[in-house]
Design a protein around this ligand. Sequence first.
Ligand code: ZN
Length: 156
Amino acid sequence: MSNPVAIRELFGPIAKHTSCTFPGCTTATCEYKPFCPEHVLEMLYASHVAKKSDDYDAEIADVAAHGWTSVDEGGELARDVMLYVHDYGVGSAEKIARECLLDVKVVQSVCDALLEIGVFRSVTTKRRVVVYQFADDDFDMNSIWKGRLPDPMPNN
Ligand SMILES: [Zn+2]
């Protein structure tokens, strides 16, 4: 629905913006749009990130409350833990928690869930620290990236 007359009939008068409403931007806009091409993308991206952030906090709270059985192995939380282990090859729950700024009990639950489905295996080091690594050395990292945030669209 891009016909201003049709929109007005449905929703009443529409605001007529002649410049971008993004803080600090004075770029003129066409067709009374509230954002210039550069900032409409930032606004969409910001709302996407904010939504993701809310989901992430909810996921952490759920795992903190209910333990490993509530871990979504395809979720953002599991992905962050897997990405850490992929980057460093191995990690203890304490180390992963510290590096990912997560609660150690939450990370432990994620590792337990990934052990349960066979994505991780655990090894006890000589210093009696339990560390986690991928059970399969050829684990497909692309499977981790599914559902990630889209790249910000290029400014033009
Ligand atoms: Zn702008």
